[in-house]
Design a protein around this ligand. Structure first.
Ligand SMILES: [Zn+2]
Length: 344
């Protein structure tokens, strides 16, 4: 089967690899119909040191169940399913507490010997806990939005929940990638009053406004912080969604948070420490967030997607076949595309 392997920064190849197959009694084998390239895939694309063995890429997928292991009960051959980027059993103490990314039997696609999802097929461990059956056909027009339940919509929602966005709250979103844009959808969906998108790219700003952003701040660094203060009567915002992970973006996030406010971090931190320890301490700022337990959110968000209340699939502005994946990475890295969908 064809799969996407990264060998180092800028070196992504689509290659023939051994077919995915059932290995454990709790596995499902999925023939992938839709996958995509994630902003987090761009970190290794920018920085990965050369590795002869390569890394299997991709962690967002919708597909058809081809086979299941002997212990799988909740999905069957022929089901169309969406998988979150982390697999989980759904039954352990952390899953029951809604932190599926910390599942004691869990893990991530494309890591520790589990194949990636930018491939024709994938083995899904813990199939009963991981997979959610979709009540539509694989050619349904909602497919792009359903695919975002695999990661970016759930991750934007996690940023908003971690930042305690809600009715009457002021919100700032740091990062105008797919997650930041989904964060705007999530903040609006949770009832936020004012949603400030911090970004510059005209297409992304336009989409953010359609998703519910009330204000746009296109300045950088200290000027951006000043501008957010102006928009919030000098107070700063209640809830900040940090959707990048760089030191500068984290600093901006902490600097625009009002006393008593919260920062929901979903951008993978690229540095070992969090800046501005003293101001955030004296301002009683809550710093929360982490890898989104998107499995916990699928049932909650799915009805809104099916009803068309939210359209997170609009973050996909390019579609490719698997052979076009390397160019998809290039396009996203050069910010020519927001997010690239792979159709099989
Ligand atoms: Zn678990």
């Amino acid at each position: 089967m064809k799969a996407t392997i990264m060998y180092g920064a800028g070196d992504v190849r689509v290659e023939n690899v051994p077919d995915a197959r059932i290995q454990e009694r709790t596995d499902a084998l999925i023939s992938i119909t839709h996958a995509c390239i994630c902003g987090s895939d761009l970190w290794p694309y920018k920085k990965m040191e050369h590795d002869d063995a390569g890394r299997s890429m991709g962690h967002e997928l919708i597909g058809v169940v081809e086979a299941v292991g002997a212990d799988v009960r909740k999905v069957k051959r022929g089901d169309l399913v969406v998988a979150p980027f982390a697999f989980s059993d759904g039954t352990c103490v952390f899953c029951r507490e809604g932190i599926h990314t910390s599942c004691v039997h869990g893990g991530f696609f494309g890591m520790n010997g589990i194949g990636g999802a930018q491939a024709e097929a994938v083995r899904v461990p813990q199939a009963d806990g991981t997979l959610v059956v979709l009540p539509v056909g694989k050619d349904d027009k909602l497919m792009p939005s359903l695919l975002t339940l695999s990661d970016v919509m759930g991750t934007g929602h996690h940023a908003a929940v971690s930042a305690k966005a809600g009715p009457g709250k002021t919100v700032a979103v740091v990062g105008d990638g797919a997650v930041g844009l989904c964060g705007v959808i999530a903040a609006r969906r949770l009832g936020a009053e004012q949603i400030i998108m911090m970004g510059r790219h005209p297409d992304r700003i336009a989409l953010a406004k359609e998703f519910g952003a009330t204000d746009i701040v296109s300045e950088r660094a200290e000027e951006a912080v000043e501008r957010v203060r102006e928009l919030t009567h000098g107070l700063g915002v209640h809830s900040v969604l940090e959707c990048v992970g760089l030191e500068e973006s984290t600093l901006t996030a902490l600097s625009v948070t009002r006393p008593g406010g919260s920062v929901g971090r979903v951008g993978v931190p690229q540095r070992g420490s969090i800046p501005e320890a003293q101001p955030s301490f004296y301002n009683n700022v809550t710093i929360a967030g982490g890898p989104a337990p998107v499995r916990a959110y699928i049932e909650e968000i799915l009805p809104d997607v099916l009803e068309g209340t939210i359209e997170p699939g609009r973050v996909f502005d390019r579609v490719t076949k698997i052979d076009g994946v390397p160019d998809g990475y290039r396009a996203m890295n050069e910010r020519e595309a927001i997010k690239v969908m792979i159709k099989f």
